[in-house]
Design a protein around this ligand. Sequence first.
Ligand code: NDP
Length: 302
Amino acid sequence: MAVLMDGKALAAKITDKIRADVVSFGLRPGLAVILVGEDPASAVYVRMKEKACGKLGFFSSGFRLSADVSEDELSALILRLNDDPDIHGILLQLPIPGHLDEKKMLSLISPDKDVDGFHPVNVGRLMVGDECFVPCTPRGILALLDEYGVDLKGKRAVVVGRSNIVGKPVAMLLLQRHATVTICHSRTRNLPDVCREADVLIAAVGRPYFVDEGFVKPGATVVDVGVNRVDDEETAIRLFGKESPKTMKVREKGYTLCGDVNFDAVENMAELLTPVPGGVGPLTIAMLMQNTFDSAKAFAEK
Ligand code: NDP
């Protein structure tokens, strides 16, 4: 039976430390969060981020822009925030509507306030191993592996997913720790065979219960990044079984969340495994707070 890697507990530990550091350094870190449009999932994430700021005594400034905002208006807001001395982190909640050029908008954020780590300058710094803002979810994954004493040196790590937000940066961090890293994606051939070579398997696919026992080497560490919404009963029964608590939840509440890893199938094969919820998710927000604190400290030292 796998040991569960408790992301919620680690996130609480990290935020307790940030709270103490805010007091001892006498800082008031400021985070600006920009939400464009009405996407309900994005709105939930933004509220969670603002709530986390409130709990830590950060200054948080939320900007809700209508879905038809022009590029000029959004650009002007970002440039204004770049110059605002009370703001140390600027976060543009993704995805943004299609008429806005996502890469262009992210590039306008000052690299010194880019607490999501998506600006090309920070992406480049991560690539060459310089100090930078590391994207929050990958930074959280590494923190979790460290917390559970997973030694990466010389190990085989397989990352399923090559997004700029999770897959590529986490692969880069694993490489920095001297793992031998393979990145897989939708065109990878013999995916289960490749995954079975992994000592450390990171699933960032966005497909419910995609990784099953055929993907996992006995004794592997399995990190499930996926957060997938299942809202029809037929799919729930196929994935979780007729009487499982998750299927019941779909019947009662209309939806449930699950990861990319078929937890029940893998639980007895992996040595370490993250649950969903309560695994990687809470660390993403904790690391956003850490990056914002780090930024405020860097500004104070300038
Ligand atoms: P993306 O959709 O951007 O990327 C998904 C990746 O999975 C792509 O590289 C895609 O390959 C690959 N993929 C899709 N289908 C297959 C397949 N059948 N076989 C192999 N690879 C496949 O997703 P994200 O990286 O943004 O997110 C991944 C998951 O993590 C989602 O569930 C998301 O909700 C969750 N997430 C969770 C966070 C948290 O805080 N816990 C934070 C961020 C994301 P290709 O490139 O070839 O299309």
